[in-house]
Design a protein around this ligand. Structure first.
Ligand SMILES: Nc1nc2c(ncn2[C@@H]2O[C@H](COP(=O)(O)OP(=O)(O)OP(=O)(O)O)[C@@H](O)[C@H]2O)c(=O)[nH]1
Ligand SMILES: [Mg+2]
Length: 507
């Protein structure tokens, strides 16, 4: 049962179309741009510090190694991976010209772009992958800094024309603009996130994405979970991610641990039969030799180990030391394991399936909602920049839209983004309820108990509806009260849906 049966974009499109004849041509052009974005695929920007593993994660998401990842090479331009009928790379230059290139022999974006990096506005990569039909993934250059100065620069730029992608070579600005024009954001952080990063990320989010970025459309991953310094890196990473989920709660819906490298290798075919064979050879060695090997990469690569050195080096670039050790353990526990099964287990180890589940939820269930609220926010901004007569026309139309009974989901999203971004404060337990209600992709997730049976959920929805109505009437500030009315209404509608479902099932 889908939690929101009704798509919101038709409402927003019809509003925009009604509005169009009432405004002057320049505003009409802006409205057309807003409608076009609403009808196109959701744009997901992958952002974070230099070398945090953004391109690695992008490749895992696409299921192919198309974005270069390296310890030395930096991603220097904003790259948009989108669906297209012919695989190709288009370099869009700042002077308005375009260079079309094929992929290189290994299927990657060629390293020679046939122009200087500073001349490039954006790289558009078209791939015939079904997975890209509903979403465009935007890889961004690593942010060198998330400091207040660069945030300030972004603010200035956002006041300027959005079509221009930054000053020459200023990759931070380019990244921030890519994030600002995307409808959803995946922040890649690592253990090295410093204490001040939480504040910086928050400030970055506020300025770069305006009111449109909130925990509703932003998620973070704690990448390089295998490199967390602890006896059990994965467990420690999961705990750290949990802590960051709380500290970053006004910025992202949650923080998930990930070994991006292992996800990339197991999902893109980069982990081959030969790699699996090398792991089997290691698993067949005497135990003391294996123990010695996994003490460090130096020991792992020692000459006297009777497994081909090049094969061992390859394993480290594909899985690194912890991934390799875990894979050898998988073979020791199940000597007959096929390469396909091993790949599947490595994918699970990486944490990728949980991340995919959340992202797919955003894409398939809430993409329309998210794009609709981004479009409304864009109309709001357009109104605030327009002369009084145009401004009033837009505000009136928006007001009317929010009044319509069908627009409940939009009211909920607006209320929830005020709460989750911290603009309207609520006690922690109520904050969690609002986040679950709006980010959940099933009634169980929306009510904070994914495993509960329908009768329990039905009761819970009714109880929550009553509680929020009481809160709306007593003991809340005017801002809280407005939000509480909307939350009450959503719980009430959810209760009605669940009750209809129970009645239908009993027939
Ligand atoms: N051990 C380990 N290494 C990783 C992981 N994810 C990425 N790496 C490695 O980290 C290095 C940088 O990864 P990239 O994906 O290029 O990072 P990036 O954020 O795109 O880097 P820039 O675009 O240059 O800012 C590469 O050598 C990756 O193989 C991980 O989860 N674990
Ligand atoms: Mg990169």
């Amino acid at each position: 049962m889908p939690p929101t049966a009704q798509r919101m974009s038709p409402l927003v499109i019809s509003l925009a179309q009604t509005l169009r004849p009432q405004v002057p041509p320049p505003t009409q052009a802006e409205i057309d741009r807003i409608i076009a974005r609403l009808q196109g695929p959701l744009q997901l920007a992958v952002a974070g510090r230099i070398k945090s593993g953004k391109s690695t994660v992008v490749n895992a998401l696409i299921g192919s190694r198309v974005s270069p990842t390296d310890i030395r090479e930096c991603t220097r331009m904003v790259t948009r991976f989108q669906y297209g009928t012919v695989d190709r790379v288009e370099i869009r230059k700042k002077d308005g010209t375009t260079i079309t290139l094929p992929f290189d022999d290994s299927g990657m974006i060629p390293s020679d772009l046939r122009c200087e990096p500073v001349e490039v506005a954006v790289v558009d990569v078209y791939l015939t992958y079904e997975s890209l039909r509903g979403v465009t993934i935007v890889d961004t250059p690593g942010l060198a800094s998330l400091d207040t100065e660069s945030v300030g620069r972004t603010q200035e730029m956002l006041g300027a024309d959005n079509e221009h992608t930054g000053t020459e070579g200023a990759t931070d600005e380019q990244s921030q603009l890519a994030v600002s024009s995307a409808e959803a954001v995946l922040y890649v952080i690592t253990q090295s996130i410093r204490a001040d990063d939480a504040d910086a990320l928050q400030a970055f989010r506020r300025s770069s994405s305006g009111e449109t970025s909130s925990p509703i459309n932003a998620l973070a991953i704690l990448n390089k979970a295998d490199q967390v310094t602890a006896d059990e890196p994965m467990e420690a990473a999961a705990e750290l991610a949990q802590e960051h989920s709380f500290t970053l709660r006004h910025t992202v819906s949650q923080v998930l641990p990930l070994i991006g490298l292992v996800a990339e290798s197991s999902l893109t075919g980069n982990f081959t039969e030969a790699d699996a064979q090398a792991l089997r050879d290691i698993a067949a060695l005497d135990e003391p030799v294996q123990q010695m090997m996994f003490m460090s990469t130096d020991f792992f690569l020692r000459d006297e180990v009777p497994v081909d050195l090049a094969a061992r080096e390859r394993l480290l670039t594909r899985l690194d030391i912890l991934g390799t050790r875990k894979a050898v353990e998988m073979i020791r526990n199940d000597p007959q394991i096929s390469t396909g099964t091993l790949r599947g287990r490595l994918e699970s180890l990486s944490g990728f399936p949980q991340m995919r589940h959340i992202i797919d939820g955003v894409f398939s269930v809430r993409a329309d909602d998210i794009k609709s609220s981004v479009a409304l926010a864009a109309l709001d901004t357009l109104a605030s920049k327009s002369p009084p007569s145009v401004r009033d026309a837009i505000y009136d139309a928006l007001e009317e839209l929010y009044q319509q009974p069908e627009a409940q989901q939009l009211r909920l999203l607006e209320a929830a983004s005020l709460v989750t971004s911290g603009k309207v404060e609520l006690p922690d337990d109520m904050f969690d309820e609002v986040r679950d209600l709006v980010t959940g992709t099933s009634p169980g997730e929306m009510l904070g108990d994914p495993a509960a049976p329908v009768p329990t959920l039905t009761e819970r929805a009714l109880e929550a509806a009553g509680r929020w109505r009481t809160f709306a009437t007593f003991g809340s500030t005017p801002a809280q009260s407005r939000i509480a009315h909307t939350i009450h209404r959503s719980y009430f509608l959810l209760w009605q849906e669940l009750r209809a479902h129970t009645a239908g099932g009993a027939q």
